[in-house]
Ligand binder design. Structure first.
Ligand SMILES: [Mg+2]
Length: 387
């Protein structure tokens, strides 16, 4: 089998609190008529979706004529040839991720097996999810608590809330020190949610790297008794030693990784003893095989993996195949509570999410296809559909 063409397009529509509901899709065509579709993160709406698309199309000369079953060789070739141009960072690594996922889709379809079987089989049939929650405009503990209970009533056993940028008590937009009023408010929000949920529902808190070191340490220590599933990005992602200082300061579980790519950046994270849980975004971090490599290295450190996920059903199912194939899977994010057309965009075993979980597809390949007519109606920024 030989690759004959590669096309890409940007699809989605910005919805409130949806974390960037715009994605870049890749189609890889073969001389045997099998077409694979992969998804990668577009880095949010605006510019990087098209940057990713351009990167995918620029990789075409290195893909035409290759056997898609040589997926590891193709990944390594694309990574090495582009290293000086930044192939281990966004948007090139996003492009590599989408291409890799499309190649796995082709291999699964050619062999008539779901992708997880190409990764060594499955540890589980369903992928447990946590719901990313937004309480709306009311930045009050009661609103957060009400939202948490509403989502749990929909079947989720784990929830995550953002506590950064509430606007309460913020004294300076560029200084990341939480004022006394802001810190008091943030802690009250978390206590309010925990008070409503009790201790038998998992509760994660995301800071989006919006605090400096002293504020992050104060927060991590203050919420120790609230037994969080994790405190996410208490400081920005770039300085792992600072994150390690936060981790050492308390027993609060520390998680990071949505802005780190490939096994090498996670290796650095483990070497710095900076995390308790990792959350690579599997639509950004390097692809299906690279996602499994990251998970396996984490497992050797006894660290669980709970991927960040803001994907469409297609990209999310690709993540499910990876997470089914490793022992140390903890939870996968579900970020589409506020996207009414999320299920309609794709064909497959719908609804894709039920009772706080996503059932692993047993169809050949990734097992989820774009609904062409819905996808065409959601082309982003005047883009054309795979041509
Ligand atoms: Mg986050």
């Amino acid at each position: 089998m030989k690759i004959t063409d590669i096309q890409a397009c940007v699809i989605g529509k910005q919805e409130p609190h949806s974390g960037g509901s715009v994605w870049t899709f890749v189609r890889v065509y073969t001389d045997e008529g099998i077409v694979g579709t992969g998804e990668c993160n577009s880095g949010g709406p605006g510019y990087s979706g098209f940057a990713t698309k351009s990167a995918i199309l620029a990789m075409k000369p290195w893909l035409i004529g290759e056997d898609p079953f040589n997926v590891n060789l193709i990944y390594e070739k694309l990574r090495r040839v582009g290293r000086y141009g930044g192939s281990t960072n966004a948007p090139l690594i996003f492009a590599l991720t989408g291409i890799d996922n499309a190649l796995y889709d082709i291999m699964g379809k050619a062999l008539g097996v779901p992708v997880y079987k190409l990764l060594g089989g499955k540890f589980r049939d369903t992928i447990r999810l946590y719901a990313d929650c937004h309480a709306g405009e009311a930045e009050e503990p009661q609103a957060y608590a009400d939202k948490a209970l509403e989502v749990v009533a929909q079947g989720f056993g784990a929830v995550k809330f953002d506590v950064d940028n509430t606007g309460v008590g913020k004294l300076d937009p560029y200084n990341w020190t939480a004022s006394a009023k802001e810190m008091t408010h943030v802690i009250a929000l978390i206590e309010g949610i925990r008070g409503a949920l009790g201790y038998e529902i998992d509760l994660a808190i995301d800071c989006h790297g919006q605090f400096d070191l002293p504020s992050a340490i104060t927060l991590a220590k203050a919420v120790e008794p609230l037994r969080l599933l994790w405190l996410e990005e208490p400081v920005p992602a770039e300085n792992l030693n600072a994150l390690a200082q936060v981790r050492r300061s308390s027993s609060t579980v520390i998680c990071t990784g949505e802005n780190q790519y490939t096994r090498f950046e996670f290796l650095e994270m483990f070497a710095a003893k900076a995390v308790d849980v990792i959350m690579p975004d599997l639509a950004k971090a390097g692809g299906i095989a690279e996602g499994k490599r990251i998970a396996d290295i984490a497992d050797a450190h006894y660290i669980p993996i709970a991927p960040h996920n803001v994907s469409s059903p297609l990209g999310m199912m690709a993540a499910c195949h990876v997470m089914a194939s490793v022992p140390n899977f903890l939870l996968l994010e579900f970020h589409a509570m506020n996207i009414p057309w999320w299920n309609d965009l794709c064909e497959g075993d719908r609804p894709f999410v039920a009772n706080g979980a996503m059932a692993l597809s047993e169809r050949p390949g990734i097992g989820v296809e774009l609904n062409d007519s819905v996808a065409k109606s959601l082309l982003w920024g005047g883009d054309t559909y795979f041509d």
